[in-house]
Design a protein around this ligand. Structure first.
Ligand code: SF4
Length: 332
């Protein structure tokens, strides 16, 4: 296995563009070679994502059905009871997941009773022996520290898109706010899950710019989700064309080559992909997926667990096991 000392953090836009634009089969071959040198190519991390608080978000992310200002079918749901969340986590573990992610549609975390309940959920999921991840919006350094002490393993905070294209997609926060939260997460010693969405109407240069920001971080995010836009009716982006699968393959392959030690997650948008198309993504270096017992990914459709397990079997892949010790909780 290779060592982190070999990782680069000085990629130029020109280098990334050259990689992204390689002849497709050459690009996939190169990414698959990097994948084989750095990762176990027959293993896929299975993560389960549960929306613990749904809808009613004050932000205006133009791709998101949970923004209160758009007229979508999504029903607002208050923070779930801790016991309900832990029952879902146990079920996810029993179905082969090694990571359990809890998502709340908040702009930012507030220091209130809901955050205390999230802390209890983090402790409970950690005690089940799962890697526990949260995505809760913007975080201060103190809040990140509290989550770390509760046993949080990873925090998801996507860049969404490039710095240059950011204002076209979201006006209620700035790209720099994303970077600030990621820094707070790092400082607290929590691993970082950060990627973005493609198919938002961005240029190839924006995909390159986003990947450059991620790959030039002092430490690469441990997980890099690559999402295809899920076109939610009622959002400003509902009528954009379906993303071409080769754009997904190119983006995943480029991410794999420049961040070889990271888990590259084939994330939202799988429901619109055939098994063959997903196989191309795995070949290009994706080694992580989200699955969910409710056959949704937050509020958009996603393949179900049994369908995913069958796909892995068909492709000769197997779920990755959690290899770490359960994090000890300093408060208990
Ligand atoms: S993506 Fe997150 S922050 Fe943006 S509107 Fe949706 S729930 Fe809110």
């Amino acid at each position: 296995m290779r060592t982190d000392n070999e990782l680069r953090h000085d990629w130029t836009k020109e280098e990334l563009m050259e990689i992204y634009n390689r002849p497709l089969l050459q690009l996939v071959y190169d990414a698959a070679s990097v994948h084989r040198a750095w990762q176990r190519p027959d293993e896929v991390q299975i993560s389960t994502l549960l929306s613990v608080k749904t809808g009613g978000c004050p932000e205006d992310c133009s791709y998101c059905g949970q923004a209160a200002r758009y007229h979508t079918d999504i029903k607002v749901q208050a923070l779930l009871p801790t016991e309900t969340v832990l029952a879902h986590a146990q079920k996810a573990k029993d179905s082969g997941s090694s990571r359990f992610c809890m998502a709340a549609a908040w702009r930012e975390v507030r220091d209130n009773r809901d955050f205390d309940r999230i802390i209890d959920m983090v402790k409970g999921v950690n005690d089940l022996g799962l890697e526990v991840c949260c995505t809760l919006g913007m975080l201060t350094a103190d809040q990140a520290q509290r989550l770390q002490e509760a046993g949080l393993y990873a925090y998801n905070h996507n860049l969404d898109t490039s710095e240059e294209f950011y204002d076209e997609i979201i006006s209620t926060r700035k790209f720099d706010n994303r970077i600030e939260t990621i820094k707070n997460v790092r400082k607290a010693g929590i691993t970082v899950c950060s990627g973005g969405i493609i198919g938002l109407g961005e240029r190839i240069e924006d995909r390159i710019s986003m990947l450059r920001t991620l790959s030039n971080m002092e430490k690469h995010p441990e997980s890099v989700p690559i999402n295809a836009l899920a076109r939610v009716a009622g959002t400003p982006l509902e009528n954009l064309p379906k993303l071409d699968v080769w754009d997904m393959v190119r983006t995943i392959a480029t991410a794999r080559i420049v961040m070889p030690a990271s888990m590259v997650r084939l994330s939202a948008g799988r429901i619109e992909m055939t098994e063959t198309e997903q196989a191309w993504c795995f070949m290009a270096g994706a080694n992580s997926i989200f699955t969910g017992e409710r056959e949704t990914l937050l509020v958009t459709p996603n393949p179900g667990v049994s369908e995913d397990m069958q796909m892995l079997t068909n492709l000769g892949l197997k779920p990755m096991k959690v290899e770490r010790e359960v994090m000890s909780c300093s408060n208990s």
